[in-house]
Design a protein around this ligand. Structure first.
Ligand code: ZN
Ligand code: ZN
Ligand code: ZN
Length: 552
């Protein structure tokens, strides 16, 4: 046993022998908890679980595989709510709960009170910083609960920093939370620079100004060809096929893509978002932030959130089975290796903790699924809308009872329903009955059912977890598996099926055991696990459980 020597200094002066009380020796500042110097949260936008396994042989040892083999791999990790979109996804990872509690029910949604469609990160009350474009008018004000970064900020008396980085504003802002020191996102167009809003600061810090001046984004305006010989990309379909969108100004969606030649027709710097170079820029910027923001330089834990958005743009354009997706993941693996190397150098190996997950998965292109005999297809919304309007007119005598249909939800004009003396429950029930008779409608439920029932399994549980009583609509609809409202090329997401819910969850670094599990974990478990690792309070709405089996 160690012996402790306790020195108690008592100053005695004759003048105030009894007036002065002795003070106990002060223990070291802060708690003794062995926290990492930095937590790095990584979200890969639109990453299906099988991108880890399908491209496994193409990855090096220092990117995904470093986390998979030296860290902890949760192989059965899912989103536990509908809709699986980017805004809700990022919010759920960092708040440890679902739209039911954090309130981010979509990327955009119909606001019942102001009767307008709003954007999850849009904020007319703030101004752009680093640009004059309205793309800077963003903040997390619609996020109703705290993130683990917020809790860490309060725990450390605001000495631990939080910085958010992503091409997409919502991918930077929602993870970083309410008390973030900064969130930075990319403004493409003819500017090609990293920006923020007055929510965080009055002007960009010098390191961001310098980064923007460095010509980083312009340096990626080059040809995108496959990283390895395309003939070795045996894990994906043919480069030329009918399931890919491609770029304006290039006839076929085939390699190589001369970005300089087609940038004018594709939004100038915005074209970089739909290439793996958007992820490289993000890694460059995140690495610059380590120095610029002095992250992980002392014992007080900082939080860096990084979201790689280009995977989503490439997926939407080219689809799950494309060579373009394969190349994008091969290159993301290299960017991750670069980021981890920078963390080793600047923070120190074993001094930081990383997790990597996604904000949703993606469906294979339905036209492709159809070609291999799997039930799938595209919804004819205009036909359904006509049929639906006719039904409302016939059954209720009015065609203005519906205010909005969006995100697979019907929003009713409640004032009008009241005025006509109709019963809201009856109207909701009748709409459910009607919609269930439509082709490719799998399930439909009323808001009344969502609010009054506690579902514990299945698609109903996912709907309930995504249902926010104040913000969500009156009727919720689920489409058949692999039926989407989308163009005939490229992939999308939003459903509660496994292709959208099953995503990677990897932990690595300080405090993390090596191993894997097939036990089901859900996205809200992440924030509770990181909170437990740090010993900080759980985020205010957290519903996930700490994954104790992976913590040391
Ligand atoms: Zn996304
Ligand atoms: Zn192609
Ligand atoms: Zn998307």
């Amino acid at each position: 046993m160690k012996k402790f020597l306790v020195f108690v200094l008592i100053s005695i002066s004759c003048a105030n022998l009894f007036a002065q009380k002795s003070k106990k020796a002060t223990p070291e500042n802060g708690s003794d908890w062995n926290r990492p110097k930095l937590v790095v949260g990584i979200v890969v936008d639109q990453m299906r679980y099988d991108y880890l396994t399908r491209f496994y042989n193409k990855y090096g040892n220092d990117g995904f595989k470093r986390l998979m083999n030296q860290g902890f791999d949760c192989r059965n990790n899912h989103f536990n709510y509908i809709p699986t979109y980017t805004g809700p996804g990022h919010a759920s990872v960092y708040t440890g709960t679902t739209p039911k509690y954090h309130g981010i029910i979509g990327n955009n949604w119909y606001d019942k009170e102001i009767k307008e469609t709003i954007y999850c990160a849009g904020d007319e009350g703030v101004s752009p910083v680093g640009t004059d474009s309205p793309s800077g008018k963003m903040s997390p004000h619609r996020l109703m609960t705290t993130t683990f970064g917020d809790e860490n900020r309060m725990f450390t008396q605001f000495k631990g920093k939080t910085i958010g980085v992503a091409l997409k504003d919502r991918g930077a802002i929602l993870p970083a939370g309410h008390t973030a020191n900064a969130a930075y996102w990319f403004h493409g167009s003819d500017e090609g620079r990293w920006i923020t809003s007055s929510f965080y600061m009055k002007e960009l810090p010098q390191w961001v100004i310098d980064f923007n001046k460095s010509g980083n984004s312009a340096s990626y305006m080059k040809t995108w060809d496959t990283y390895y010989n395309i003939d070795t990309y045996v894990e994906s379909g043919l480069d030329l096929n009918e399931f890919e969108g491609g770029f304006k100004g290039k006839e076929t969606a085939t390699f190589p893509y001369d970005l300089n030649a087609i940038k004018e027709k594709n939004g100038y710097f915005d074209i970089l978002k739909t290439t793996p170079y958007g992820n490289s820029m993000t890694a460059d910027f995140a690495i610059a932030a380590l120095d610029g923001e002095q992250l992980g330089q002392d014992k007080i834990t900082d939080v860096l959130t990084v979201s790689f958005s280009s995977t989503d743009y490439v997926g939407h354009n080219f689809g799950v089975n494309s060579k373009e997706i394969e190349d994008t993941y091969i290159r993301l693996d290299l960017d991750l290796a670069r980021l981890f190397k920078a963390l080793d150098d600047k923070v120190g190996e074993g001094e930081y903790t990383v997790f990597l997950t996604a904000d949703h998965g993606a469906v294979e292109v339905p036209a492709y699924l159809h070609s291999v005999k799997i039930p799938s297809g595209y919804l004819n919304n205009s036909d359904s809308k006509k049929k639906f309007d006719a039904f409302m007119k016939k059954d209720f005598g009015h065609d203005d009872l519906v205010e909005n249909i969006s995100n697979n939800q019907v929003f009713l004009n409640r004032e009008k329903i009241k005025e006509l003396g109709l019963d809201l429950d009856d109207v909701q029930d009748a709409i459910v009955e009607e919609l269930l008779s439509y082709e490719n409608v799998y399930k439909a439920y009323t808001a009344q059912t969502m609010a009054s029932t506690s579902f514990t399994t299945g698609v109903e549980e996912l709907l309930e977890n995504g249902f926010n009583q104040k913000r969500s609509g009156d009727v919720l609809v689920v489409q058949d598996p692999a039926f989407i409202s989308y163009g005939r090329t490229g992939s999308t997401h939003g459903s509660g099926f496994n292709y959208d819910t099953h995503v990677p969850l990897l932990f690595y670094g300080k405090g993390i055991k090596q191993g894997h599990t097939f036990e089901r974990t859900v996205i809200p478990d992440i924030a509770s696990t990181i909170s437990s690792l740090l010993g900080v309070s759980f985020p205010s709405g957290a519903t996930g459980r700490p994954l104790g089996f992976l913590l040391k």
